[in-house]
Structure formats: C-alpha cells, structure tokens
Design a protein. Structure first.
Length: 361
C-alpha cells in the first residue's frame, strides 16, 4: 500500500513556477524572467541546442549532412553487423532490420506482410512509418556500445544503407537533408500508422480531470495495490532472474514484503536493492557499455568475465593479446558474433579493463 500526501497548493504552485521559469519561461535577464522576476534565467543558445535534439516526421530539427550507401556499408560492417548481421537479417541478438517488404509495399505505403500470419518476424523496415525515426534513433542510440559517437554524415550513410537493403533506394544513392523528403514518399509502411486509438483524441479537453486542492490540503489520498500471497512467488524468485550487475536488482519474492521502509509511513512498499557504486575498472566497464554484452558469470552476447578469466588463466601473453583484441575487435573464439572494435579506448584504459577481467571479478 502507498500513502501519497497532498502538498499544499502554495508549495505545488511554487514548484511549478520554479520549473517553468527555469526551462520554459526563462526569457528575461539573468536576474529572472519578465514573467517571473527574480526567478530563473534565460537559457543560453548552447543549452537550448543541447536539449532540442529531436528530429520530427516533418524533418524539422534534421541537421545538414549527407552519406552514401557505400560509406554506410563500411560503417555498418565495422559497428553494426556484429549485432544485426551483414545484411540486417540477423535475429541472434535483435530482430532483423530488413526483410518482409516488397516493391508493391513501396507503391502503396502499407506493408502487406504485417497482416500475413506466415510472416515469421516483424522487421524494422516493415514497421517504421517515417525515415526520420530511423535517422533520429540511430543518431541518438547507436551503436549499442558507443551511443552518440556517430557523426551526422555517418548517420545519413547508415540510414542510406538500411534503405538500400529494403530496395527503397538504389545501391549508388546518397542520402542528404535535401532529398530525405523524397525518400519518405517511398517508405513501405508510410501509410500504415493509425491515429484511431484512445490516446490520440481528447475532443479538445485535457486528458486529466483532477481539480487542484486550493484549501485545507493536509489530507492524503491512499492508493492501494496488493498481490495475493499465493501469487507473489508464482514465477520463482524475481531477484534471481535479473542481471547481476547494474544499480537495480529485483525484489526477493521468496520473502514477505516489508511492513514499511525505515522512516516511511507507507506500508507494503517493495524495496529496491542498490548495488555499491563501482570505482576504477568496474566503473570504466559500465561507462563503456561493456556490460551490454558481458555479464559477470553468465554468457550474454559475448562471454562472461568468469569465462574469459578461466580461458586465459596462466597464459603469459593473455594481457597483450586481449588488449589488442579489445582495441581492434575480433571473432571466432566465442562464437559467430564478432566483437566490435573498441578503438575509442586509450591503451591505458584497455589494459586496465583486461587486467580487471582476467582476475575473474
């Protein structure tokens, strides 16, 4: 059960004004905005640029740049193929990027295989309606082990290569901010997005109907959520089904919930176990997203730390060999999926990471 105390209206209003002044209404001088004197300051152009990075379906926010299918293929092989396959067909790590679309889909703008029960997978090109979504997501989040490391031109090139895999653009195509609208008109599922769902239209009214408390607001609203004892451990211990690294671990469902947390008035609150903050090579391991592929004791995309330490135990040249492999990438030792080159690491950081892994920690 949870107990949520309603804050007084003056506190709520003050908080909203502070947030609004700091981010939305900060249009005045350094001593405050014109609407709320003495509160907040004007956001600098650099701050606005760092925050306003999204690319809309109408391509507002799309930066200038260009990239060819040929260059995209080279970048793909170096940074993307290890997870997605050479032709975007792999489903070993993620669902395939390409496949399931046809020339007829490009004409109609609706992917027919989405309604075909025999279609084994829903690929990215089958589902995505706007090419801006591809550009925006790749630039923000890819590659998996080094997000935001791609340049604008790199991103254009990768999108061009993906589009060529779906035969949306030819193999000699150069995608740019000036011709991307023309490509949008060829997206196989551009007309497949529906607006007929409950959260789209609110008939001109707000989608919430709560009235703010303006007086005598010391009462609290009690919100309850219970789980029957017989169902608590129905799927075995949740704590053991989570990765054993990172800041958040699952709750131990073999034990009853705490009556309350220390210093809390709420009851039935499920605690979240917090791991001790990492330092040194462990922090570097997390910062460089190594944990996306390597767990302490269980194989994920790549071998576990424990497996690496066991394989190379006692080998005098293990450190130098693995430092080179981390920097340049490699494949074949632990399976078909290659390890991407981690050339963003300094020699010192690569050595520290390998030494730490070889201890089996």
């Amino acid at each position: 059960m949870y107990k949520l105390a309603k804050l007084g209206s003056h506190l709520t209003l003050a908080a909203l004004i502070s947030l609004g002044a700091g981010f939305v209404y900060a249009q005045g001088t350094s001593s405050g905005s014109s609407q709320f004197p003495g509160i907040g300051r004007a956001a600098t152009p650099a701050e606005v640029a760092a925050w306003d990075i999204d690319v809309r379906p109408d391509f507002k926010g799309l930066p200038k740049g260009s990239g060819s299918v040929k260059n995209g293929e080279a970048i793909w092989e170096a940074k993307c193929a290890s997870c997605h396959g050479t032709f975007g067909e792999s489903n070993e790590v993620f669902t395939p990027i390409a496949g399931g679309t046809s020339k007829d889909d490009i004409k109609t703008g609706k992917v027919a295989s989405l309604s075909d029960m025999k279609q084994p997978q829903r690929t990215t090109l089958m589902k995505v309606a706007t090419v801006s979504t591809l550009w925006d997501y790749i630039y923000r989040a890819m590659p998996w082990n080094a997000p935001r490391s791609l340049s604008y031109d790199d991103t254009y090139a990768l999108v061009a290569y993906i589009l060529s895999l779906g035969e949306i653009v030819p193999d000699d195509f150069v995608l740019s901010n000036t011709n991307i609208k023309e490509v949008q008109a060829k997206m196989p599922n551009r007309n497949g997005m529906t607006l007929q769902h409950g959260m789209w239209s609110v008939n001109g009214k707000p989608d919430v109907n709560a009235k703010p408390c303006m007086s005598n607001c010391t009462a609290f609203v009690q919100i309850g959520s219970t789980l029957p004892d017989y169902a608590r451990n129905a799927h075995d211990n949740i704590a053991l089904q989570n990765r054993q690294y990172g800041p958040y671990l699952g709750v131990d469902t073999t034990k009853p919930p705490l009556a309350k947390l220390p210093g809390s008035t709420g009851v039935g609150i499920m605690p979240v176990a917090m791991a001790a903050p990492e330092t040194g090579p462990a922090a570097l391991f997390k910062k460089e997203n190594c944990s996306a592929c390597h767990a302490p004791a269980a194989k994920l995309v790549g071998p576990s730390i424990e497996q690496v330490a066991g394989k190379y135990k006692g080998q005098a040249d293990a450190l130098a060999k693995l430092v080179t492999k981390v920097k340049k990438g490699g494949s074949g030792v632990w399976g078909a999926i290659p390890m991407p080159a981690q050339d963003q690491l300094s020699d010192a950081d690569a050595k520290a990471l390998v030494e730490w892994m070889l201890t089996g920690k």
